[in-house]
Design a protein around this ligand. Structure first.
Ligand code: ATP
Length: 359
């Protein structure tokens, strides 16, 4: 396993020889990032934000337009994927149909000249991890899409000598109830073997349940690196707040006056000093952190009430801005509801980035 460092990495799919690359042409904007040896990371973001490009830069499938990649301080930027010793699992199964399941798993080990007894033992372990023991001698072609993808995962996990294992949306083709099981299994495998793992997904549940650290990408840039709890409680960028959570964080444009924020005609005292530097200010408050009341608080106009089983989502308008409120099961919604934001859960944003608490 290795510590992987990206230094000033940027990538544009446009041909550099055609002239200067415009900022808008970059699929990945200039960034530095360190992936610690043995870490479980998720690279999370919507379609097109640059996740796969970044993953392929690490594996060597793409040579970056700018920057260097170091594995344990050795520069690998000019090495091809085979020389980087990385295992990569893709969205769709990559299996040899004519081989058996066990042979598929043994193949990468045989290629590296591992002793037969060791191959047998590794293959047996991985078959059992993935619940494929009973299919070991079946031809891969006879398996369904779920099991084929399990083989792909297995081929990534079977090697012990790799610098890192990269997963690119590996559970997309997997049946929903099996997804949860495999995700849990991957987490256990990580805890046991401590591989450096980077897992690309656009699904926040997958990212938050798999990773110790989640890296959120937005329009080619990393906007936050944090634990699942940090991403939820202190989103570093309004995009992260909106992207994570269901529904996401409410973001309300505001003005600053001393320690107060003004939203239309409403004043909320944040009880801290705010440096008003004339930027675009917003506050973010999660639907879970808004209380309903019949008597005190800010008046809202109810737009819709959605019962999603575990709780109710109240969609309402506050000073003309749509907000969502999560109402616990059994709590009655008053006829003319008022809302109170949990002061210590309010995040303040200047030009989309979170303002630190002690500011
Ligand atoms: P997805 O989950 O949809 O794959 P992603 O976050 O992984 O999205 P990338 O696939 O890295 O994003 O794409 C980032 C940007 O680069 C997108 O605008 C995409 O259209 C563009 N892009 C990706 N591959 C190529 C390519 N081979 N040639 C040109 N542009 C590309």
């Amino acid at each position: 396993m290795a510590t992987i460092k990206l230094q000033g990495i940027a990538h544009s799919y446009n041909d550099k020889s055609a002239g200067i690359i415009k900022p808008a042409d970059y699929a990945v904007n200039s960034l530095n990032q360190c992936w610690q040896d043995g870490g479980a990371y998720a690279l999370l973001g919507p379609s097109g934000c640059g996740k796969t490009t970044l993953l392929n830069i690490i594996s060597g499938l793409i040579k970056p337009t700018e920057g260097r990649i170091l594995f344990d301080d050795v520069d690998v930027t000019d090495l091809i994927p085979e020389q980087r010793n990385i295992a990569q699992v893709f969205q769709f199964p990559v299996v040899y149909d004519t081989m058996t399941v066990a042979e598929n798993l043994a193949f990468p080990l045989r290629n590296r000249g591992m002793a037969a007894a060791e191959i047998e033992s590794r293959v047996k372990t991985v078959l059992s991890m993935l619940g494929l023991d009973s299919r070991a001698d079946s031809r891969a072609r006879s398996l369904n899409a779920d099991d084929k993808q399990k083989i792909s995962l297995g081929r990534g996990l079977v090697r012990t000598d790799v610098k890192a294992i990269l997963f690119d949306e590996p559970l997309t083709v997997i049946d929903p109830h099996l997804k949860w099981q495999l995700r849990t299994e991957l987490k256990k495998i990580h805890q046991q073997f401590k591989h450096t793992m980077i897992y690309v997904t656009h699904d926040q549940t997958e990212a938050l349940t798999f990773a110790d650290k989640v890296i959120v990408m937005h329009e080619g840039s990393i906007v936050q690196i944090g634990t699942p709890q940090q991403l939820f409680e202190q989103p570093g960028h309004t995009f992260v707040g909106k992207f994570i959570g269901s529904p996401g964080m409410n973001v309300l444009p505001c003005q600053i006056e001393g320690s107060e924020v003004l939203i239309g005609g409403i004043r909320i005292n944040l009880q801290r000093t705010i440096n008003n530097t004339g930027e675009k200010f917003e506050i973010g408050v999660r639907p879970e952190h808004i209380q309903l009341s019949a008597e005190t608080g800010m008046s809202v106009e109810v737009v819709a009430i959605e019962d999603v089983g575990r709780h109710v989502i109240l969609r309402a308008r506050l000073e003309g801005i749509e907000i969502n409120i999560i109402v616990s099961e059994g709590v009655a919604i008053p006829e003319s509801p008022k809302v109170i934001f949990d002061i210590d859960k309010i995040n303040l944003y200047a030009n989309d980035y979170r303002v630190a608490d002690n500011n």
